[in-house]
Write a protein that binds this ligand. Structure first.
Ligand SMILES: Nc1ncnc2c1ncn2[C@@H]1O[C@H](COP(=O)(O)OP(=O)(O)OP(=O)(O)O)[C@@H](O)[C@H]1O
Ligand SMILES: [Mg+2]
Length: 137
């Protein structure tokens, strides 16, 4: 794990935003992707404060044979998302006019998974670095 952030108060979101932006920049994300990541993490942190009171964001650098990226795990001990299975099916339905916070996160990030914990919720989001074509380095 690279780092983690506790999320309970609004100022902790402000702090997390600037740290995450800097981290994403260091790892090589361009400004647009930095903004997508920061926006997504703000939405998830806001959900923690609004729907679960407090939580934690863990940041991991991930790597497969072909790609590298950042993964964020946002966990809380709140009441959990009601009817999670239905909710996730509904999220996939992109035809609905107004997009909610989590739907926006899904559009901004490359991967989003939501798990129901014994107590609380865990939302994992991943952003991959754009592939550098061979020969351009
Ligand atoms: N961490 C969480 N713990 C418990 N319930 C949650 C959590 N995150 C989301 N939810 C539930 O899922 C619903 C959808 O979340 P989503 O962020 O998409 O919309 P919202 O928070 O209601 O509104 P907004 O569009 O302003 O974000 C919420 O209304 C809430 O009931
Ligand atoms: Mg929300």
């Amino acid at each position: 794990m690279l780092t983690s952030f506790r999320i309970k108060y609004e100022w902790e979101i402000v702090h997390m935003r600037s740290e995450v932006r800097e981290l994403a920049r260091t790892i090589g994300f361009d400004e647009v992707d930095q903004a997508r990541i920061v926006q997504s993490l703000s939405e998830l942190a806001r959900n923690v404060i609004q729907h679960a009171d407090e939580g934690i964001i863990e940041v991991e650098q991930i790597e497969t044979e072909e790609k590298r990226g950042l993964r964020f795990i946002v966990r809380d001990l709140g009441p959990g998302i009601e009817n999670l299975t239905e909710f996730m099916m509904h999220m996939k339905n992109k035809s609905i006019g107004e997009t909610s916070g989590l739907q926006q996160v899904q559009l901004l990030m490359d991967e989003l998974t939501i798990h129901k914990l014994e107590q609380g919720t865990s939302v994992e989001v991943t952003k991959w670095l754009k592939q550098v074509p061979l020969g351009s380095e």
